[in-house]
Design a protein around this ligand. Structure first.
Ligand SMILES: O=C(O)c1cccc(C(=O)CC[C@H]2O[C@@H](n3cnc4c(=O)[nH]cnc43)[C@H](O)[C@@H]2O)c1
Length: 224
């Protein structure tokens, strides 16, 4: 089964690629730097999946991967998280009574759920914490917004900007999805000096190194 790993930027793609050095004996995933944000990620991932199908080499699993903000104290800097739900946190309507997700407006979806058994295997193999990973179009920059998101999503471990878009593309192609993130900063007040992007990229490389046998041995029938 072929695996497509979609990151946002080339630095994340290259961090994943370092887990599969020249001479690596197993299957190397397809790697795509899809761009930042859910819309760009969805469009680029859908295009890659369509091209692979057209060329007769379809993918069987799609992975959204990269760095993320972690909700303290649940996801510390440098740690890995794996999504057991991929939820769009800002797709909906603001009302006087608070935020309403699009599902409560009568359309769409706001959550995709990766295969449970695969999430467990990823967590066991990498030490990643499993929980909700939120997709946002605006990076959180205040403690108030961080608290509001956690109040609405008490299981949230991290926020990033692409997972839901990648998951929408995978779903349109009838494919399972995973989201794996390495925490580069805390969700909350903006503090660029506190970002640990290098450490997070290193954690991503190590995580994918440990993950490789899991991805190679998993097939979607395991979860049915
Ligand atoms: O300017 C800022 O204050 C700021 C804070 C955190 C991240 C950014 C980015 O532009 C990175 C976006 C990029 O990285 C992922 N990412 C990393 N940390 C976060 C976060 O705390 N919230 C949302 N996304 C994050 C994201 O998936 C993008 O690909 C700027």
């Amino acid at each position: 089964m072929r695996v497509l790993v979609a990151t946002a930027v080339p630095a994340e793609r290259d961090a994943v690629a370092r887990a599969f050095p020249a001479g690596y004996g197993g299957a190397v995933p397809g790697l795509l730097a899809a761009g930042v944000g859910p819309a760009r990620a969805a469009a680029a991932t859908a295009a890659a999946l369509t091209a692979a199908e057209r060329d007769g080499v379809p993918y069987g699993l799609v992975v959204s991967a990269g760095i993320a903000g972690g909700f303290a104290p649940h996801a510390p800097l440098g740690s890995l998280v794996v999504a057991d739900e991929i939820t769009s946190a800002d797709l909906g309507a603001e009302t006087a009574e608070g935020f309403l997700p699009v599902t409560e407006l009568g359309f769409g979806t706001v959550t995709h759920r990766p295969p449970e058994a695969l999430v467990r295997r990823v967590a066991d193999a990498t030490g990643a914490r499993a929980g909700a990973v939120l997709t946002v179009s605006t990076v959180t920059g205040t403690a108030e917004r961080a608290a509001e998101l956690r109040a609405r999503h008490p299981r949230a471990l991290a926020e990033a900007m692409e997972g839901f878009g990648v998951a929408e593309a995978a779903a349109l192609h009838g494919l399972p999805v995973l989201e794996i993130r390495a925490v580069s900063n805390a969700v909350g007040p903006r503090d660029r000096a506190a970002w640990r992007i290098g450490e997070a990229l290193q954690a991503l490389t190590e995580g994918f190194g440990n993950l490789a046998p899991v991805l190679e041995s998993w097939n979607s029938h395991d979860d049915r």
